[in-house]
Design a protein around this ligand. Sequence first.
Ligand code: SF4
Length: 258
Amino acid sequence: MTDSLIPGAHIPPPATPVDPKRLPNIHRLLLDHYGHPNPRAPWTPLRQFVYSLLSARTKTPVSHQVMRDLEGGFGVGPSGADWEAVRDAPLAEIEQIIQIVTFPEKKAPHLKLALQQITARYGSLTLDFLANYRTAKIRAWLETFEGVGPEISAAVVNLSTLRRRALVLDSHHLRIVHRLGLTPRADARRTEQLLMRMVPEGWGPEMLDEHHSLFELHGQALCTFADPHCPECPLLRLCRHGQRVLSEPPERPQFPNI
Ligand code: SF4
């Protein structure tokens, strides 16, 4: 049985049949263009949670640098065994060390509070116990923390050692999905629900991870926010937005009134 993504969220059947080949076609075209993304060595759920909380709207190299700074500065091992030092550090110290991410003044208190609340609720600072729960329950629980939405809960269940089925929709992925016209414009939660109807049953967690990574790569390389390179895009023939943009006549040069 497949867990529903969000408990209590009733998803009505689609008005029109979903083309089962649509996502696999897109996946194959991206794979042909970019090759396989670097294989992931999944992190502990807690380490992935911290990374995802800090990395929202922040470039990937910056997020990795902040993790190195945070783990080096507070003596946290890659096993995630010693996040207590971050939890117990003064807020100003955490904010200082993560200052290169976007909104450090919001993320620092969210991080400290979440680490405190995990300890209070579970009795120790770990998220390994989540492996005993169903995916929907884990995601609902994670989303009770301040600053945690569907993108972060999906990342923890899909990308960490929990390795469950979920689709991480960061800003790149969301933008490209909407440009392609795969779903109506909607927030990440609704878009994930709609996309999961299109995902083949046979796609396991690793395949969903690869799918997300390909969209992330595409959003960084060609389908950028401000300047999508549609003529070079492997998805152009499937993309409403790209075809519309390329069919529009070029802007006429503006001449000064003389
Ligand atoms: S055709 Fe353009 S808008 Fe469409 S996915 Fe490619 S780069 Fe993005």
